[in-house]
Ligand binder design. Structure first.
Ligand code: TRP
Length: 335
C-alpha cells in the first residue's frame, strides 16, 4: 500500500516558542516516526525573506529551527528533512505556477489583504511596504507542496487558505496541461487550539508575548512568572477555563494531571504555586531535548550534515516531477 504523504514547513523568521512546539513541532516529530507515513518536513527559508531582511536573523532562525526539530528527535531516516533553498526545483516550479495563477486569486490572500487594510486604516498608500514576495507568497507555498505531491498538509488555521490556493493552482495546471499534481488538503495540526501567550492573547512573535521553547531553567521560570493572572488571592477558587496558566498546563499534562490541577484551582491554589508546578511540568518534558539542543547549536556540523542528507533525498524526488512539468509546459531541449 502506498503511504500517505504528509508535508509541512516552518518559516525561519524567529525563535521557536511553546505555541510552535505544541501546535506544529511536536506533532511533526511524532509523524516523522510513523512508518505508515511518508513525511516531508522543511525549513521555509525563502519564505523567511518575505518578513525578514536581516541576513543574520534568517541564518540564526534557520539553525535554531533545524536544531529544535533534531533535538526533539525528528526521525530523518523515516522522513525527509530539508531546507527549502537547497531544493532549487521549488523556486523553478514557483515561476511556472506564477504564470498560470490568476492575480485575482492572490488579491484574496489574507496576509496581503491584512497589509492593505492596515495601510488604508493609517491613511497610507494601500501598497506601502507590500513586496511582490508577500503578494505571491501563496504561489511559493503551492510549489513547496505540489512538487512533492504532498497530500496531507498540517498547518495552523491561518494557513488553510494557502493550502486551498495550492489546490486551486494544482487543479488549474492539471486541467490546462496534464494531470501531474496531487490535490493537497489542509489538516489542522495538533488539536487545533492555539496557545495563549504571557498577556493572554494568542502566543505570537508579533505580540512579543512568547515563551521561547529552549530557555535555561531560570529564564523559563522567569517567563512563566510573568504570565498574566487575575487578582484572586490564595484560597479563593479560580476558574481554570479562563486561565493561561491552566491552558499551558493542559497542553503538557496527562489527563490525570489535568484533573489534579482542576481540583487545585477549585481549592484556590495560589497563582505562585500554580506557576511553580507549571514550570516543573514543562521543564520535565523539555529538559532532555534542551541539552541536545544546546549541543547541536554549539556545533552546527551535525545539523548541516542532516540537511544535506535531506536535500539529496528531496532533490531526487523533486527532479523527477519537475522534469515532467517542464515537458508539459513546453520548456526544455529542442531535440
Ligand atoms: N507559510 C507557512 C507558515 O508560515 C510555512 C510554509 C511554507 C508551509 N511552505 C509551506 C506550510 C508548505 C505547509 C506547507 O506557517
Amino acid at each position: 500500500m502506498k503511504k500517505e504523504r504528509v508535508l509541512t514547513g516552518i518559516t525561519t523568521s524567529g525563535t521557536p516558542h511553546l505555541g510552535n512546539y505544541i501546535g506544529a513541532i511536536k506533532p511533526s516529530v511524532v509523524a516523522s516516526k510513523n512508518s505508515e507515513l511518508d513525511s516531508f518536513f522543511f525549513l521555509a527559508d525563502y519564505h523567511a525573506l518575505i518578513k525578514n531582511q536581516d541576513p543574520a536573523l534568517v541564518r540564526q532562525s534557520t539553525k535554531e529551527i533545524a536544531a529544535t526539530w533534531l533535538a526533539l528527535g525528528l526521525d530523518t531516516d523515516n522522513s525527509t528533512f530539508y531546507r527549502q533553498s537547497d531544493v532549487p526545483e521549488i523556486t523553478e516550479l514557483s515561476w511556472i505556477l506564477t504564470c498560470l495563477t490568476a492575480k485575482g486569486l492572490m488579491n484574496r490572500a489574507h496576509a496581503y489583504k491584512a497589509a492593505v487594510q492596515a495601510n488604508t486604516a493609517e491613511g497610507d498608500d494601500p501598497d506601502k511596504a507590500v513586496t511582490m514576495g508577500l503578494y505571491s507568497y501563496p504561489i511559493l507555498m503551492a510549489a513547496d507542496i505540489l512538487l512533492f505531491n504532498g497530500k496531507q498538509i498540517p498547518v495552523g488555521k491561518d494557513q488553510i487558505q494557502h493550502v486551498e490556493m495550492a489546490r486551486d493552482i494544482a487543479q488549474r495546471f492539471n486541467h490546462h496541461y496534464k494531470e501531474l499534481f496531487v490535490l493537497p488538503e489542509a489538516v489542522i495540526s495538533g488539536d487545533g487550539s492555539v496557545l495563549s501567550g504571557l498577556d493572554g492573547r494568542k502566543m505570537s512573535k508579533s505580540y512579543n508575548n512568547t515563551i521561547p521553547l529552549f530557555l535555561t531553567e531560570k529564564k523559563l521560570q522567569k517567563h512563566i512568572n510573568k504570565i498574566k493572572t487575575n487578582l484572586l488571592e490564595p484560597g479563593e477558587p479560580k476558574n481554570p477555563d479562563d486561565s493561561t496558566v491552566f491552558q499551558l498546563w493542559q497542553a503538557f499534562a496527562s489527563s490525570e494531571q489535568n484533573q489534579y490541577m482542576r481540583e487545585q484551582f477549585a481549592a484556590g491554589i495560589a497563582w505562585g504555586q500554580a506557576k511553580k508546578e507549571l514550570f516543573a511540568l514543562i521543564n520535565e518534558e523539555l529538559a532532555p531535548a534542551r541539552a541536545r539542543y544546546e549541543a547541536l547549536m554549539a556545533d552546527g556540523q551535525f545539523i548541516e550534515q542532516q540537511l544535506q542528507k535531506g536535500a539529496e533525498k528531496a532533490r531526487t524526488q523533486a527532479s523527477l516531477l519537475l522534469k515532467q512539468v517542464r515537458l508539459a509546459v513546453g520548456i526544455g531541449a529542442i531535440v
